[in-house]
Design a protein. Structure first.
Length: 190
């Protein structure tokens, strides 16, 4: 059985674990390298990418994460998790680094500040009907490389992307108990 780790340094870890549980998938928190080693796939949650980057460095997890994601571990990143998966980052905090893996440039906080957070229904390639997207100080994808498929956009900006076994969204599919995005990730990336 596939074990899906959720990076549990900061952010909405519990919501992702609940989504995995509803889908009958084994989810587990990842804070240490040995916990990462025990996973077949990974979720990088929403939260604060700067804090996650700093904590990952402190916990000696940054390089192991780069290694696993860079050598084919299926990974879903939502919001701050999208920032972490970006090969190139705009408007990061001073010196902010990413894990990388997805050939895209992401602009952090691109949709504005906390007060400019919004919700909207979106079409997502591979899913029927619309998905209710919750955007909280969300990033957008500024530019993608040739191997990246855009799955969803808002106002012309990609907010859902997939490249091989990596998927990222600017919004939070974990917060409204609609598990179709997690299912799509598991079906097409794992
Ligand atoms: N703005 C946050 C960041 O850069 C992401 C916000 C979120 O995950 N809701 O990490």
């Amino acid at each position: 059985m596939t074990t899906v780790g959720v990076l549990a340094l900061q952010g909405d870890v519990r919501e992702h674990l609940a989504a995995l549980d509803r889908l009958g998938v084994k989810g587990t928190s990842v804070r240490r390298r040995e916990e990462l080693d025990a996973c077949d796939a990974l979720v990088l949650p929403g939260g604060e990418s700067t804090a996650m980057w700093r904590l990952a460095r402190t916990f000696d997890l940054l390089d192991p994460l780069r290694d696993r994601v860079g050598t084919g571990m299926p990974t879903l990143g939502t919001c701050a998790g999208m920032v972490l998966l970006a090969d190139r980052l705009l408007d990061g905090a001073d010196g902010q680094e990413t894990i990388g893996g997805l050939d895209m440039t992401v602009r952090r906080n691109a949709f504005g500040r906390q007060t400019e957070s919004f919700e909207t229904d979106l079409e997502v390639t591979g899913l029927d009907g619309t998905v209710h997207g919750v955007f909280i100080r969300a990033p957008w994808v500024e530019e993608v490389g040739p191997g990246v498929e855009v799955l969803a956009s808002v106002a012309g900006h990609p907010v859902g992307v997939r490249q091989d076994q990596l998927m990222a969204t600017s919004f939070h599919p974990e917060v409204n108990a609609d598990d179709r995005l997690h299912r799509l990730f598991l079906d097409t990336c794992c």
